[in-house]
Each structure stands twice: as structure tokens, then as C-alpha cells.
Design a protein around this ligand. Structure first.
Ligand code: ADP
Length: 555
């Protein structure tokens, strides 16, 4: 597999390239930088000497020209000899300032032989203004230097007439313009460079942070581009990938990974694997797969999300794979234990209950023995309900799709009330039913009966003697609505949200010592949702509770 990292690295390389040329010059030692900056002026002055040699040889001997060339060489010598790196950074800028002297001398020395020599001052001006050091001061020094370069020779020969000075203003004026332009360019270049450096630093930090996060989390992360090619894989994903290969000698090819659907031994064809399906647009969220063979096989939960590139187009997919082997093993062990245990409990319980009910019909028994038998039956029924709840909770994925039939929910409610009636009478609770309408629904009889039985048995269980329970069933728009209203314990507001979660019981129920598993409502809610309906509760502590079941009516 060809894996390339696509984090901030590419951005960094581009930013690095942008900074590279500038940095190369900055990294040279101070002496070299000074000499390289000074050389163009010396070379040009040498060129001027060659031109003068061929055009007006005697002019070569003029004192100004000779002195100018000598000073220029002297400055170059200084550039070579001065230990610049021991001096403050700005000291280098003394060199371009000094450069105005040889320029003034050469210019005045060969006046009339070569024109336009004043423009040579562009070298020190660009150096000063381009240094970025105190831009305004640099522009001012450049302009002053240019003016002095032009005017000093005039002042020296006493030609200070205003018209002479004004006539010689053009060169300094041009150089001023060059200095300003150079300074502006340099300042904006420096600002841009700082910005680029900031971006580079941010990008590096982000990349390191992302790398650390990706290698710290215990979730495998795989990124594929829009053509399905792997572009990134974190350490955990690499580990999972290796666990899925048939043996160590296998090539690192996705197609060789042993991937199965949970519960199947048939190798998953490539087009049905999460990557291919995610790219085809299938939503993938917490899907369970088996990776690898035998005892080393891992259970992985896979989710996928699309990511968009900078242009907003589809960039590819990010897949998150969690190794849930331990959780799956633990859940399965719990379910099979609960299921086995519940089965073992149910048979003797049913027998106990049957005999207790038979005994109640025995006329030879006195009233006190009969009352004892009622208590025995009631408790045995409680126990059986709890066992039934546990059994139902441990049966995974019990599908209601295949068992749906047309049912009358009002009738089911009346039946639930009838079977709860002996219990209600025994407890001294008045149980009333108002369910006259026909409420046709399409559903699973066992599931719906279990919901209603659970709601009515809860209403009785959590109520005191002397209270009443009202059960109603009616139409509400396109829904059949059953309400079971009691005047019992009630449920505290903070508990209302969690009583539909498995194994959750209220403190009040526990304190009152009322037996229960905390499973009934969670299962009831699951069944209601499987029917496209829902179960709701409204309750007030000490006043009572109303549970409302809504199931869509058949058309
Ligand atoms: P349990 O077997 O504990 O009754 P359920 O899932 O049926 O389990 O109910 C969950 C919890 O909700 C109960 O333990 C109880 O605290 C609370 N509860 C359910 N129905 C009522 C009710 N009618 N009145 C008061 N509390 C109730």
C-alpha cells in the first residue's frame, strides 16, 4: 500500500520554498553580505574607468576621479577587513552612506566626459532603503546623501548660484523616488515574510498536534482520497490492518485483508467493504465487522464521514475504526449468561405459580392460608415478570418485522387491565379502563402486550392501597394513544430522562424496597420505536405519573 502523509507537510514545503531564497542570503556571514552588496558599485566604477580610458584618457588623471576610485577601493577594503559580526547590525549601513563620497568625487572629476554618473547613487540608495532598518531615516539619509553628492562639488568650487543648485535637483529627486519605492517594497516584503513565517509556525504546530492526537487516540483512522487510494493511516489503524492480514508474509494490499460481517464466515467482497461503500455514498455509522481469523480475530466498529477539499469538492473519506473486541465479548457473555439464567428460573417459577393458583381454589383452606397464598402468587408473578424482562433484554435484535399483524390496541389494553385486575384488587387499588374505540394498528402482539403489561404492572407496583389507576385508549389524529395514569410515588424531574435506559431505577423505588430490574421501560420504549411510535411520561413526585404510548394507526 502506498501511504503518503497529507497533513500540513505540503503547505510547509511551499512556504519553505517561498522563504528559502531570502533566507539563503540572510544566512551568509555579515562580511560576505557587505562585500556582495558593495561589489556592484565597485564593478560599475571600474567599468566607468574603462570607458573613460578609451574615450578621454587624460581625464583619468583628474584628481577627483583618481581620489573617487581610490576611496571606492578603500571602502571595499573596509568591507573585507572590518569584523562586522562583532559590531551592531546597523553599522553595516555606514558603508552605503560612505559610498556617496567616491560617487561625488568621480562624478565631479570627470564632469563633461561621461554624463548621468549621478545615477550610480542608486546603489547606496537601494542598499539603505532596502535594508528595512528605520525606513524613514533611511529615505532621509539617502536623499541627503544624494543632495550632498550633487551639491558639495558645486559648493566647493563656489558655484552656489540658486539656478545651479536647482538645475542639479533632478538626480536627488529621482533618487528620493527610488528610495521611497524601495523602502515601501521592503517594508511590505518584510510584513509578508513575517506573515508567511507565522503561517509556517502555525502550520507546523497544527501538524504536530494532529499527529500527536492521531497517534494518541485508541481509534484507527484511515483517510482515502476520492478514488479510494489510502492517503493516511495512523498507528492504531496500521495495527488493525496488520491484524487483518492472513499471515505476516502477505503483501500490504487492502484486498488481502480478511474482513467479515459480524456473524458471517464469508469474506466480504471488496465492493461491500466500508471504504467502497462509503465512497459510493452509503452512510456508515458504528457498523460491526470481524477482522482476521481464529482466536486473533478483532471486532471493529466502523464509521465513515466525507471530507471536502479547499475548493469545497469531495476530497475523500475519513474512516474511524474502533477495536471493540473486549466490549463485544463481554456483552455476549453477559447476554448468554442472562438468557441461560432466566430460562433456568422460568420453569420452576411457572410451576410454583401454577400450584399456588391451584391451591387458592382449594375450598378446604382457611381465609388466612388463602391470603398467604395470594401473597405467594403475587410475588411469584413479580419474579416471573422480572425474569421475562431479563430474558427479553438478552435476546439481541428480536425482529418485529416478520411478526406484524393487524391488532386492536384498545382490545389489548382491555386485556392487560383484565389480567392486572386480580393484582389491583389484592392491593386495594381501583383499576378503571376507558377504551371503547377500535384502534387498528399493525404490530407485534407479544411486544405490544409486553409494553401494556409493564405499564399497568408499574402503575400498580408504585402505587399505594386506596389510590386508583386509570387506563384509557383513544385516537389522536393518525395515532392510537394509550394512557396509564396512577396516583403513586411519582418520578423526580431529574429521573424522568433516564428511566427509559436499561437498568435505571429511581432512588425512590429503591428506598421503598419495591422489586424491579429497571429493564421494563427501556424494552417498552425500544418496542414502541420499532413500531414507529414512542412512549412518554409526565410525572410529579407524590402526585402520580402518566405514561403515554403512541402507535401509528393503520391506514
Ligand atoms: P422496574 O422493573 O424497576 O419497574 P422499569 O423499567 O419498568 O423497571 O421502570 C424503571 C424505573 O422507573 C422504576 O424502577 C421506577 O423507579 C420508575 N417507574 C416506572 N414506572 C413508575 C410509576 N408508575 N411510578 C413511579 N415510578 C415509576
Amino acid at each position: 500500500m502506498n501511504i503518503t502523509y497529507v497533513t500540513g507537510g505540503d503547505v510547509e514545503r511551499v512556504l519553505d520554498a517561498l522563504l528559502h531564497a531570502q533566507n539563503r542570503f540572510q544566512r551568509l556571514d555579515a562580511r560576505r553580505r557587505v562585500v556582495i552588496s558593495q561589489l556592484p558599485l565597485n564593478v560599475t566604477l571600474l567599468l566607468v574607468a574603462v570607458v573613460v580610458l578609451f574615450t578621454d584618457r587624460p581625464a583619468m588623471e583628474r584628481p577627483g576621479f583618481v581620489a573617487g576610485q581610490a576611496v571606492a577601493l578603500l571602502i571595499l577594503g573596509l568591507c573585507l577587513l572590518v569584523p562586522w559580526n562583532r559590531l551592531p547590525g546597523w553599522s553595516i549601513l555606514l558603508v552605503p552612506v560612505m559610498d556617496f563620497i567616491p560617487l561625488a568625487l568621480v562624478r565631479s572629476g570627470i564632469e563633461g566626459v561621461l554624463s548621468g554618473l549621478g545615477l550610480l547613487a542608486v546603489f547606496p540608495v537601494m542598499w539603505l532603503a532596502g535594508s528595512g532598518y528605520r525606513p524613514r531615516l533611511a529615505v532621509a539619509v539617502s536623499t541627503l546623501g544624494s543632495l550632498l553628492m550633487v551639491w558639495t562639488p558645486l559648493l566647493a568650487v563656489g558655484s552656489t548660484a540658486p539656478h545651479n543648485l536647482v538645475a542639479e535637483i533632478v538626480v536627488p529627486f529621482m533618487l528620493l523616488a527610488v528610495a521611497i519605492a524601495m523602502s515601501v517594497l521592503t517594508v511590505s516584503g518584510m510584513t509578508q515574510q513575517r506573515r508567511v513565517e507565522e503561517l509556517l509556525a502555525q502550520s507546523k504546530t497544527r501538524e504536530r498536534l494532529l499527529d500527536t492526537i492521531l497517534d494518541t487516540v485508541d481509534v484507527g483512522v484511515l483517510v482515502v482520497d476520492s478514488s479510494g487510494k489510502d492517503v493516511f493511516m495512523n498507528a492504531k489503524q496500521r495495527q488493525l490492518f496488520l491484524a487483518g492480514l492472513p499471515d505476516e508474509a502477505s503483501g500490504a494490499d487492502d484486498s488481502e485483508v480478511l474482513l467479515y460481517r459480524d456473524g458471517s464466515d464469508e469474506l466480504l467482497p471488496l465492493e461491500q467493504r466500508p471504504v467502497a461503500r462509503a465512497l459510493a455514498g452509503d452512510p456508515i455509522s458504528h457498523e460491526l465487522y470481524r477482522l482476521g481469523r481464529g482466536t486473533d480475530a478483532r471486532m471493529v466498529s466502523v464509521s465513515a464521514r466525507e471530507f471536502l477539499d479547499a475548493a469545497g469538492d469531495r476530497g475523500g473519506m475519513v474512516l474511524a475504526c474502533s477495536d471493540v473486541t473486549e466490549v463485544v465479548v463481554a456483552v455476549r457473555a453477559r447476554d448468554s449468561f442472562l438468557s441461560a439464567m432466566s430460562h433456568e428460573f422460568r420453569t420452576p417459577l411457572t410451576s410454583l405459580l401454577g400450584y399456588a393458583e391451584l391451591l387458592q381454589d382449594d375450598t378446604s383452606l382457611g381465609p388466612s392460608a388463602r391470603a398467604d397464598l395470594q401473597v405467594m402468587s403475587r410475588n411469584a408473578r413479580h419474579l416471573r415478570k422480572m425474569v421475562d424482562d431479563i430474558l427479553a433484554a438478552s435476546v439481541e435484535g428480536s425482529s418485529v418485522e416478520t411478526q406484524r399483524t393487524r391488532l386492536d390496541l384498545a382490545r389489548l389494553l382491555r386485556q392487560a387491565a383484565a389480567s392486572a385486575m386480580p393484582e389491583a384488587e389484592g392491593r386495594g387499588i381501583e383499576l378503571r379502563v376507558v377504551a371503547d374505540d377500535d384502534l387498528p394498528v399493525l404490530g407485534d402482539r407479544t411486544g405490544l402486550v409486553r409494553i401494556l403489561d409493564n405499564l399497568v404492572s408499574n402503575a400498580l407496583k408504585y402505587s399505594d392501597t386506596g389510590t386508583s389507576v386509570l387506563m384509557t385508549a383513544e385516537r389522536d389524529g393518525r395515532s392510537a394513544v394509550c394512557r396509564i395514569e396512577d396516583q403513586g410515588l411519582g418520578i423526580a424531574p431529574e429521573d424522568l430522562g433516564r428511566i427509559f435506559t436499561r437498568f435505571q431505577r429511581t432512588d425512590a423505588a429503591r428506598r421503598a424496597g419495591i422489586p424491579g430490574t429497571g429493564l421494563g421501560l427501556a424494552l417498552a420504549q425500544e418496542v414502541a420505536e420499532q413500531h414507529g411510535g414512542r412512549l412518554e411520561v409526565a410525572s410529579e413526585v407524590g402526585v402520580g405519573s402518566v405514561f403515554t404510548l403512541r402507535i401509528p394507526l393503520t391506514e
